[in-house]
Write a protein that binds this ligand. Structure first.
Ligand SMILES: [Fe+2]
Ligand SMILES: [Fe+2]
Length: 259
């Protein structure tokens, strides 16, 4: 099912949310399509379960050969396991951390990715994608260790949506990804357990918070669960900034030889 998050002229952001999977084998996950005129980008295309709907959704806006980029926040299976099919069906390069540049081809048949993996440097980059009048910007922001070693988030300066990957993810049966969250308080139970275990450390969250406070963010769109808008954006930044997680919480009790 697709949800239009933003539309202004020919600039459109669409979220594809698989609703049926929560409680099943595969975790609910979101994929994003950014359209600018007759071109666009796919953000975190997802696994093979997500491929058909996303491909058809994209084809409603522009033909597959017009796809300018596939962007991967990191290299987890729910982010990029469908890469082989995208490499076959389109001509677009895939942008991913330099750390995963030579790992991503393992998702594909031999040779499929040659010359088409663009490694993003640790510092990130303001990417200019597409050509001519339809060219557009998308900023790759450092998000390392949230939770992968080489990790990026993507900021669209037109819609001012921050596509945050696994940061801001919410899970559970009370979730409705169609409905953006405006106030964080009642949403925290859907996020807390995930962030405490999947995010690496509070130090990283504080560094991230200081970086994103410099941006005008209208929406945080995570790769699982509901987007956050309005007051929930600042409330989320404040919340994760003080959250203890990952290595902050681990000690000798977590490293015992199993009986
Ligand atoms: Fe992940
Ligand atoms: Fe994920």
């Amino acid at each position: 099912m697709s949800i239009e998050l933003f539309r202004q002229g020919r600039h459109v952001c669409v979220m594809f949310a698989r609703l049926g999977d929560e409680g099943g084998d595969a975790v609910q996950s979101n994929q994003f399509l950014l359209v600018n005129g007759d071109t666009g980008a796919i953000l975190d295309p997802g696994g093979n379960i997500a491929y058909n709907e996303l491909y058809l959704g994209m084809s409603r806006f522009f033909p597959p050969h017009k796809l300018a980029a596939i962007l991967a926040s990191h290299a987890d299976p729910d982010i990029i396991a469908s890469l082989d099919r995208w490499m076959t069906a389109t001509e677009a390069p895939v942008y991913i951390s330099r750390l995963w540049e030579r790992f991503a081809p393992h998702f594909c048949k031999p040779g499929k990715t040659s010359g088409r993996v663009v490694g993003l440097p640790d510092g990130g980059e303001r990417l200019r994608l597409g050509q001519g009048d339809d060219a557009f910007e998308l900023w790759a922001l450092p998000a390392h260790f949230m939770h992968a070693e080489g990790n990026f988030q993507f900021y669209d300066p037109v819609s001012r949506i921050l596509f945050s990957g696994d940061l801001g993810a919410s899970l559970g049966t009370t979730l409705n990804p169609e409905k953006p969250v405006k106030s964080l308080a009642e949403h925290i139970p859907r996020m807390e357990g995930f962030h405490r275990r999947y995010m690496v450390s509070n130090k990283i969250l504080r560094l991230w918070a200081a970086m994103v406070r410099q941006l005008d963010i209208q929406m945080i769109a995570p790769q699982h669960g509901s987007p956050m808008v309005g007051p929930a954006v600042r409330e989320f930044i404040d919340w994760v900034e003080q959250l203890e997680c990952g290595v902050d919480l681990f000690g000798p009790a977590n490293y015992r030889v199993p009986a």
